[in-house]
Ligand binder design. Sequence first.
Ligand SMILES: [Zn+2]
Length: 274
Amino acid sequence: MTAPRKSASRRTGRSAGGLKRLLRLRRSRHDGISDTLWSRILRTSLYAQSLNAPDRQRLREIANRLLHTKSFSGAAGLVVTNAMRARIALHACLPILNLGLDYYADWSSIVIYPGDFRVHDEYMDEHGVVHREIMDLCGQSLSHGPMVLSWEAMRYEDDAPDDHDLVIHECAHKLDVLNGDANGFPPLHPDMDVREWSRDFQTAYDRFRATLGAEADPGIDPYASEDPAEFFAVLSETFFTAPHRVNEKFPTVYKHLQRFYRQDPCRCLSRESP
Ligand SMILES: [Zn+2]
């Protein structure tokens, strides 16, 4: 990269400083997220705001790369804007900030509906009986296929932030299926213990289901009790939106998520503002 830049400088006779400014300008033109838009979408994630400056810059770079590698399309008449694409890219890149964009290499498109969308599901139970269901969903991750999202759900999160993050939830499913079925068991790093992960997640999941209903405020979205895959997806979104809740309720699981995502949102969010 260095040599062509130098030769360009010689040909045009520009000073080194002038060339740097020109390269910066060119880069910013190719940058899918303008400074103004970046500041705006950063406000949709407390955790992203709490990252230090170098990490925020890395997040922006990965988000830009995601915008170039994934296609975005609107369904049911929705016109997808740059702001929508950028907002989704920022949230999608939070879980892989320290993992890399390659973790999303097996899928390529994001479909956005204006609101909830209807799907027809068919599955066979353990007795061989086929069930057909019609469901209204706000998000869906098809294995190796598109990620489907409701824009209304994302707008709701931005207007009234809480522990929900639809994009992170669906991205957690994408990570989960990298090594097979959606079962709350993503491909762990070599320095992680598979048996400890399975044991601690199963214990937490069983305890959550057993105590659900007994507590006035379960602290975690009850949807986590659906199955182990949803437990992992809900805890992942809570890990990045309200990490103290995961740490207080399931400290062992928090540590596993911390090691898997290679991030510590509790520490970042509790850091005092400079
Ligand atoms: Zn889910």
